[in-house]
Design a binder for this molecule. Structure first.
Ligand code: NAG
Ligand code: NAG
Ligand code: NAG
Ligand code: NAG
Length: 305
């Protein structure tokens, strides 16, 4: 492995010296929402933070809304007294000086911020709920009117109606059918007049803990020979950390033969039998999969030109 990296450096070295800026590293910046809500009322504030997964260098941070470069430079980005038009998809990127010019990290995945000019916002959990979870949806109001009724809608149809001051709705043991576009309506009386406000729709997706296994069969004679084929079982396991330990990843059952593998989420096995069914048991948690970005030293750069 060391030899391999060493050779790669040798091969890349002339290119590194010759090529022009800009350069992009294999690091990706990560933008995180520090304040509680990604949908805020106009006039409220917001805090985002950018982190760069490389502690060895001193990176400065560049901020973007969509493709527009913002004037802010620090690790922290704050919006005060937000205006509706200040919403958008925020991302960040690290940049630093080096002997070969300015080096940049990959731009972070964006965080979407909505600035709402209305009176009610329906807040969904920041993590995607799993089937069987209790889903909490809260209606947030501008100000504190003396409310007497709150209604939750899914796809425009009433789901829960509560009287009193309670603005939190609980849906227990959710299934895939509970996914949809949710909104809330709140009413109150002031001087014998009834006021009613409704939020915009918030999309709620529900994840299955264990997706139905999908079998992929590769039977390329040139690659595997006449008597062999490759079976790949695709199954996704979505339990939140700490995930229960999985003893076996996937079991492939064939005619008379059962092959088990405890290695990876997509198990690959070679079998002779043609008729195979799959049965997922305890798949491995996601963190055991290989990392998305190979760990290359920062000096192994890809020229983006
Ligand atoms: C890191 O960079 C910032 C701005 O680019 C500079 O103000 C600061 O002194 C640097 N810190 C170190 C330890 O080099
Ligand atoms: C939310 O979406 C549903 C279905 O698309 C629609 O019927 C409903 O009117 C929408 N509600 C709001 C407040 O936009
Ligand atoms: C609001 O109502 C739900 C039931 O719909 C209940 O579980 C919850 O405790 C109530 N919250 C408050 C603050 O009363
Ligand atoms: C949750 O829903 C599933 C499927 O509808 C049902 O089998 C299960 O008994 C429910 N669990 C609870 C605690 O209600």
């Amino acid at each position: 492995m060391d030899t391999c990296i060493f050779l790669l450096v040798l091969v890349l070295l002339p290119q590194l010296i010759m090529s022009n800026v800009p350069k992009v590293t294999s690091f990706r910046a990560v933008v995180e929402l520090v304040s509680e809500n990604s949908r805020i009322f106009s006039g409220e504030g917001l805090h985002l933070r950018c982190s760069i997964p490389d502690v060895h260098s001193n990176w400065s941070v560049e901020w973007f809304r969509g493709s527009e470069r913002l004037p802010e430079n620090g690790e922290n980005f704050k919006l005060w007294n937000a205006h509706i038009k200040e919403g958008g998809k925020f991302s960040c990127q690290g940049a630093r000086e080096s002997v070969v010019g300015i080096i940049r990290t990959m731009q972070s995945l964006p965080v979407e911020i909505d600035v709402d000019g209305g009176w009610a916002i329906l807040k969904a959990p920041s993590h995607q709920p799993l089937t069987g979870d209790t889903l909490k949806l809260s209606c947030r109001l501008r100000g504190t009117p003396p409310i007497h009724e709150a209604i939750l809608y899914r796809d425009g149809i009433e789901v829960i109606r509560q009287t009193g001051q309670n603005l939190s709705f609980y849906l227990s043991n959710v299934t895939l059918e509970d996914a949809g576009m949710y909104s809330c309506r709140v009413s109150w009386d002031v001087r014998r007049r009834t006021y009613s406000v409704i939020s915009v729709n918030t999309t709620v997706n529900i994840l299955e803990v264990l997706t139905e296994p999908l079998m992929e069969i590769q039977a390329d004679v040139k690659m595997f020979g006449k008597n062999r084929m490759k079976l790949i079982c695709h199954v996704q396991y979505n339990a939140r950390a700490p995930a229960p330990p999985g003893s076996r990843a996937v079991q492939l059952q064939g005619q008379g033969a059962t092959v088990e593998s405890g290695e990876v989420e997509s198990t690959q096995q070679f079998l002779r039998n043609a008729r195979i069914t799959t049965m997922a048991q305890h798949p491995h948690p996601r963190h055991l999969l290989p990392p998305e970005n190979p760990k290359l030293p920062p000096e192994l750069l890809q020229s983006s030109s």
